[in-house]
Write a protein that binds this ligand. Sequence first.
Ligand code: SF4
Length: 389
Amino acid sequence: MNSPTYHRKGFGLKDQVEDELKSAYDSGLISDLKTQGGKLVSGRFTILLAQAFGFCWGVDRAVSMAYETRKFFPDKKIWITNEIIHNPLVNSHLKEMQIEFLPVEADGRKNFELISPGEVVIIPAFGASVGEIEDLSSKGCEIVDTTCPWVSRVWVRIMKYADGKYTALIHGKYNHEETIATASRAKKYLIVQNLDEAKWVCDYVLNGGAKEEFLGKFQNACSQGFDPDTDLISIGIANQTTMLKGETEEIGKLFERTMLSKYGPQKLDSHFLSPGDTICDATQERQDAMLQLIEEKLDLMIIIGGFNSSNTGHLREIAESKNIPAFQIDDPSCLISKNKIRYLAHQNQVIEEERDWLPHGEITIGVTAGASTPNQVVEEVIEKLKGWS
Ligand code: SF4
């Protein structure tokens, strides 16, 4: 990481890419709406924008670094190891700039063989695993690491757990890039996706159970050679930065109670460590704004963000928790017509189309967007809605 071919801070070209970024992603309409309290009345629609939504600081930084990279290496081949962020518009702009996405093999591995020494490789905002960084370094590539500092903050915690011989208990999605990168920094880890899985593990810790069943259930979500009978004696809590804040807190408290009950208060510190909250500020702000928005009388919610975006999915879950019809779309083209919408269905996580999705009469529509959605995309969605009002 101290190598001259490892770039973690951009290239000092922010001024040169600023105008390009503004014209690609900013929106006059959204800026105006924000200063007017986020409310827009158009015909029979009242559109209410969440108080916080869209591009976060970490995404802004990663995208800006990618644009700077193209400027700094105008003639070099540039790769990116994954979507820089989960947004189709941003990723298509990068492709137009001849930044190539590394193909992924059927087994999920990235094909590093395509990269030649001296070529440039951008690491996305959610980071890369230790193994990937090592592979790239040994190839002699120029590495531009846009990993969000919020993510690396969790990594520091994970490495401390490893030094202290604590197993990292990670609240996250085992196949999400950020969690894969985080887990790769742990010596031992177990990933739980939700409170149900956490309860299951806590029950095992307290009452024991069938080891084979445990290992079958978490076969993709634990470190190699994991033994639930010996590797859950001392645990440290960590999380994917974009999980649902309330759930992360509950999981932390559940494990704390479990270890307290098993080992008693005197020995708790040697069996349980928690960093407090490592949900990032931006995720928290967007979730808080969503909780505030659903207090309004909404007829439906539109949540804009990549279908594989974790933080966007959690915003949708907040709306659904209040039984508000919620449509997660990744692009304005999902609003096919006033009679038809394409969206990510929560129950089965598949993209579906629904007819007659817009209620009749005067309605209030809530709108928000995940941390990787540019304002320009939000503007296009609002313009489309206005056209049908
Ligand atoms: S959502 Fe949070 S962790 Fe992810 S890039 Fe944005 S600021 Fe960083």
